[in-house]
Design a binder for this molecule. Structure first.
Ligand code: 4AD
Ligand code: MG
Length: 496
């Protein structure tokens, strides 16, 4: 391409980007100015004299009204302005006659950037079910609901980084491919380049991973914590925010096979410091969304209220979405130990009347989500921090308490969600840690690097993991976790 042509192209691209976003248009007074808008047609109404087009460009949930006069805009163009089409409008901003919006654009020229055949375009200006929209996840972000969800998701992600940056924490990128299974859950996705039809074998018939890419078994990470701990032993206060993979076959509204987790890890923090940080952090990011996503949350609040109406009376939540968010930011979380929680649960009505699927009979029982939700939604009616669980039901790295039976774990339980955070003070005493690993059959040779942090300059430290999608679910009021991540991965589903 010649130099002249190259220059021309640059000029064209620049002109293309001189559009005004609808968000900016609505925030200040543009009346009298000539501007260019670009976006997708939500609806068009026409009569003999004029067409009104509702345009959305993604910058805000609010559409902007385009007024197209058939004596100015050619008939052929007007016909192609259909729901879903992408258009470019140049025109003057004028004061609006109609109610609702103070200004509109009077089009002097409209260009069709992309047609959308109305016979084939799946999104119509009517209500579609969330289930149907999940099948067209490539288009669902063009609806009000999903536009709102993903703007809120972005804002929450930004607030996470802002919170930790302002506090002097460092963002560490922990590996996505690892050879360890941090939680000891074993539910990992394998990573291999071996030929699955014809893998190299050892003499005993097992697969010879020495011939694999990493010369060992590898998997997608289930948590960045162990590597996060290594970083905290140098930078003192760190956090990770990355994708996490679990191959558990849980087809619930709270589980994904691929989800995002935020894991702060802090040297010189004990269990209580950890709880204080988690509570402050959660309140901060929710408050941040309340302040910065007002239009989207107002829309989601209405949507959630409509959804509540379709539920049975005893399953409806007492508070609306906005009320729930404010409630969490304005009230202290309830803190109690596992042992105290077991007492409450054992004497609870649903336990006595055998309404729980899993009855609570003795100390040591693992808590199911029905128990967690009873504590949060019926008993305390606010977020709960449950601490000091029996060591048998928690991971090997949690610090053993003086009673020798419980560990310095914490789970944070949220209304409508259940567990949103899991964390603990870590076992920094080498002998305790190796004893626990032996009891739980965790091979120590492979974890030599982790154990080294307890050999060299060990210090009390603590951390936790926040499931990002569960946070987005709580803030947006979406009932299913599949509706707060753009392209959900769940058992049997990895489309798009
Ligand atoms: O409780 P978990 O398993 O804790 C850890 O992974 C620790 N290593 C965290 C730490 O101490 N650094 O997971 C933490 C959180 C859960 O509370 C939940 O919110 C979320 O991650 N989570 C999931 N979210 C979506 N889908 C899944 N399958 C999830 N599993 C856990
Ligand atoms: Mg957990």
């Amino acid at each position: 391409m010649g130099r002249a042509q190259e220059l021309d192209l640059t000029k064209k691209v620049m002109a293309f980007n001189k559009r005004i976003k609808i968000k900016s248009l609505l925030e200040s007074d543009f009346v009298g100015q000539e501007v260019t808008l670009m976006g997708w047609v939500r609806t068009k109404r026409s009569n003999k004299n004029v067409s009104f087009v509702a345009l959305n460009d993604g910058s805000t949930i609010n559409n902007y009204q385009v007024v197209a006069d058939p004596t100015i805009i050619e008939e052929d163009i007007l016909k192609r302005i259909t729901t879903g089409a992408c258009i470019k409008i140049t025109g003057q901003i004028v004061a609006s006659q109609g109610a609702g919006q103070s200004s509109e654009i009077s089009a002097s020229a409209i260009e069709i950037l992309g047609d959308a055949d109305p016979e084939k375009y799946p999104l119509q200006p009517k209500k579609h079910s969330l289930e149907f929209l999940r099948e067209i996840a490539h288009l669902r972000m063009r609806t009000n609901t999903f536009g709102a969800v993903f703007r809120v998701r972005h804002t929450l992600a930004y607030a996470v980084h802002k919170y930790f940056n302002d506090k002097g924490f460092f963002y560490i990128h922990t590996p996505i491919i690892t050879a360890s299974d941090a939680e000891g859950a074993g539910e990992t996705f394998k990573v291999t380049t071996l030929d699955l039809k014809n893998p190299p074998l050892n003499e005993d018939g097992s697969i010879n991973y020495k011939k694999d890419f990493f010369e060992r078994e590898a998997n997608l990470t289930v948590s960045g914590q162990l590597e996060g701990e290594l970083a905290a032993m140098a930078l003192a206060e760190i956090y990770t925010f990355g994708p996490t993979f679990r191959a558990e076959n849980s087809n619930t509204t709270r589980h994904l096979a691929e989800f995002w987790m935020i894991e702060p890890e802090m040297a010189f923090y004990d269990a209580e410091d950890n709880q204080d940080l988690a509570e402050d952090f959660l309140q901060y990011v929710i408050r941040y969304a309340l302040e910065h996503c007002q239009d989207d949350l107002a829309f989601l609040d209405k949507r959630a209220a409509e959804e509540e109406q379709s539920k049975k009376a005893d399953q409806r939540s007492e508070l609306g979405l906005m009320e729930r968010l404010r409630f969490v930011t304005e009230n202290k979380f309830e803190r109690l130990t596992y042992t105290e929680a077991i007492d409450i649960l054992r004497n609870s009505n649903p336990n006595k009347k055998k309404k729980f699927q899993y009855l609570i009979e003795e100390w040591g029982a693992d808590l199911q989500s029905e128990h967690e939700r009873f504590l949060v939604e019926k008993h305390f009616k606010k977020p709960v921090i449950l601490t000091d669980y029996p060591k048998e039901i928690k991971s090997f790295y949690m610090r053993l308490n003086e009673d020798g039976k419980t560990v310095a774990a914490m789970d944070i339980l949220f209304p409508g969600i259940g567990e949103i955070v899991g964390g603990s003070q870590r076992e920094e005493r080498l002998e305790n840690l190796t004893a626990r690993m032996e009891e739980m059959h965790i091979p120590q040779e492979e974890m030599w690097w982790y154990l080294d942090t307890r050999r060299f300059g060990a210090t009390p430290h603590a951390g936790f993991g926040l499931g990002f999608e569960r946070l987005v679910q709580f803030v947006t009021g979406m009932g299913n976790i599949r509706d707060v991540i753009a392209f959900p991965r769940t058992p049997g589903s990895a489309e798009f």
